[in-house]
Design a protein around this ligand. Structure first.
Ligand code: ZN
Length: 178
């Protein structure tokens, strides 16, 4: 969703309920299991345009998409709760030279055509950054909470699962001791 800040001078708040059309791009990246309800993304974002030199976007994103378990591939619900804080620099070439931006730890971005930014992109980035590279839910006994297999167990594949489970048995079959 493109937000034009060129005329904005105060703080504007955007409440995203999860049914907005432009969220479909984010939703397309996750599969919902057949019998499950499609999880909705919710966000509350404020755009602070009071500073003539920059626009600061702050907010929170809450979303619990289904992701594939990195261990067994089954769908797991993954709760994401991320905060957003981004600063877009306005075109300050027309403003006086004395105007200086505060030093902050916020990463600076530039407004498209000096006017707009894409809220969908900001939220999508927050979601992607919140997902770890390894998606797995582990219980107290080191077991996968989706399929109940112990994480320390090797993944079984049907054919020689017995050998896979017990490497020593596989060694025995080599008859090294004969
Ligand atoms: Zn599993």
């Amino acid at each position: 969703m493109i937000i034009d800040v060129s005329k904005m001078k105060s703080i504007e708040t955007f409440k995203i309920e999860g049914t907005e059309d432009w969220l479909s791009k984010i939703y397309a990246e996750f599969k919902t299991p057949k019998d499950a309800q499609k999880p909705l993304l919710q966000a509350l974002v404020s755009v602070d345009a009071r500073d003539p030199a920059c626009v600061t976007v702050r907010g929170t994103v809450d979303y619990t998409p289904f992701v594939d378990c990195s261990r067994c591939g089954l769908a797991i619900s993954w709760a994401i709760s991320e905060s957003i804080e981004t600063r877009f620099l306005r075109d300050i070439s027309e403003l006086s030279d004395e105007l200086e931006l505060d030093e902050t730890s916020i990463e600076d971005f530039t407004l498209t055509n000096g006017k707009t930014f894409d809220l969908e992109e900001l939220i999508n980035d927050a979601v992607q950054l919140a997902l770890p590279t390894r998606l797995i839910r582990v219980g107290a006994n080191d077991e996968c909470l989706v399929c109940d297999e112990k994480l320390s167990d090797p993944i079984q594949n049907s054919a020689d699962s017995e050998n896979a489970l017990n490497p020593f048995k596989a060694l025995k079959n080599l008859k090294l001791d004969s």
